[in-house]
Write a protein that binds this ligand. Structure first.
Ligand code: ZN
Length: 422
């Protein structure tokens, strides 16, 4: 797979994954195509040596693993969720001649870029079917049905100086001028489009707004990739592709968890039990489990802030990552990132061995610092952990920007990890 093929497939994955549910579904399909077998948590497992397996939880988190006769696992971690606007349970507001969606922000999203975008709706619904059974399905409306119009500058002379955005009152997307519009009609139409015709009554949903503008290459030499959800579907894609080409005799595991953007504390989140539950089923004897943990490494990949050329003072100038200059190794002495010097050395050794670039990031000492699933996983299961990521601009905007060289470079490093890291 060359860089162009790799990036083209990345763009497709981003567009096909408007929610963590869709991302998980797409990753499951890619694993199936690569020969992985699905496991269900509620069933008995009969693992075969040199088998390759995957399982999901909440339809929004996924684990895939190989099952060789050895420890020394390379584990790859990422998260499936991105900041967005979610529909509230009573989803409509009818006032001032329009119908609006009632929304709640999910995660720390940059609100301003959500204005004047052609928005659609996707997620999971739960309903009573025609056989009187509760059923759950993913839906995607797939066309622009809503917009949050900006307030004109003539109505707010201070707009470019100090306009703030109120999360309760300023960001309701408008979707219709009709008096007769019903939410369930919209869902029924979307279900029909998604070839589901068994609904009797809609009970509950987890639906998010998303930008219908497709992911694209940007720049005179196509140096950039612009898309929604690069944080963290970019890392999901790289880690997943690494998994897909893995040798069944090579110990590898991939986990992508939901709810990272809101602290990871859920049954499907990295602070939950999904990984630990799975590992203890793969290694039912405690000694084997501990031997595996102590010989393995978790590489947590999550996007890193590239030095913004218009705001260069926001970085420590000695630790300021640049776009298209390679994977970023994240360090924080206060353990917001879990990278240890052992993991860092291994990563540098693999990168150098195959001639791929890398960079180092430390946040300014007088500024706060994000975190990742790295420290959470290290704390939960006691595994050696490395926090890395790809340099990006506009993190948590509705349209983020990454480089066209970095993802492919990291993929090459991860696919050759076992060959050079020992
Ligand atoms: Zn992230």
């Amino acid at each position: 797979m060359n860089k162009k093929e790799f990036n083209d497939a990345l763009l497709e994955f981003l567009d096909a994954s408007p929610t963590p549910f869709h991302a998980t579904d797409n990753m499951a399909k890619m694993l199936e195509n690569a020969g992985f077998k699905e496991l269900k948590e509620e069933e008995d497992w009969k693992l075969q040596r040199a088998g390759r397996y995957y399982l999901t939880r909440n339809d929004s988190s996924i684990i895939a693993f190989t099952y060789p006769e050895t420890s020394h696992y390379l584990m790859l971690g990422a998260h499936t969720d991105s900041p967005n606007l979610k529909l509230k349970p009573n989803p409509l507001i009818k006032e001032h001649g329009v119908i609006k969606f009632s929304v709640e922000p999910y995660g720390g999203l940059l609100l301003n870029p959500w204005f004047d975008r052609d928005l659609s709706l996707a997620g999971k619904i739960s309903y009573l079917n025609t056989q009187n059974k509760i059923e759950e399905r993913l839906i995607d409306v797939q066309k622009p049905i809503a917009v949050i119009p900006s307030l004109a500058i003539h109505l707010d002379k201070q707009a470019n100086k100090n306009r703030t955005v109120n999360k309760q009152t300023d960001i309701s997307p408008i979707l219709s001028c009709s008096d007769t519009f019903e939410f369930e009609d919209l869902i029924r139409k979307a279900m029909k489009k998604n070839k589901i015709d068994t609904i009797k009554e809609l009970y509950a949903w987890e639906l998010s707004l998303y930008d219908t503008q497709k992911a694209s290459y940007v720049g005179v030499d196509e140096d950039f990739i612009a898309s929604a959800r690069l944080d963290n579907l970019l890392s999901c894609y790289i880690s997943l592709l690494t998994m897909c080409v893995s040798d069944p005799n090579s110990p590898m595991l991939f986990i992508a968890s939901d709810h990272e953007e809101v602290g990871s504390r859920s049954s499907a989140g990295a602070a939950g039990s999904f990984l630990e539950n799975t590992l203890t089923r793969i290694f039912p004897h405690y000694d084997d489990y501990m031997r595996m943990i102590r010989t393995s490494i978790m590489i947590s990949t999550d996007n890193a802030h590239a030095l913004h050329p218009n705001y260069a003072d926001r970085h420590d100038k000695n630790h300021a990552p640049l776009i298209n200059r390679g994977t970023v190794i994240k360090v924080n002495s206060n353990q917001k990132y879990a990278s240890s010097i052992t993991g860092i050395s291994k990563f540098i050794h693999v990168a150098k061995s195959i001639g791929e670039p890398y960079q180092r990031f430390v946040t300014r000492s007088d500024m706060g610092c994000g975190s990742t699933i790295g420290p959470i996983t290290a704390t939960r299961i006691g595994i050696e952990t490395l926090d890395i990521g790809l340099p990006t601009f506009a993190m948590h905007s509705i349209r983020e920007l990454a480089g066209t060289y970095d993802a492919y470079s990291l993929w090459k490093i991860l696919t050759q990890w076992h060959q050079y890291s020992m």
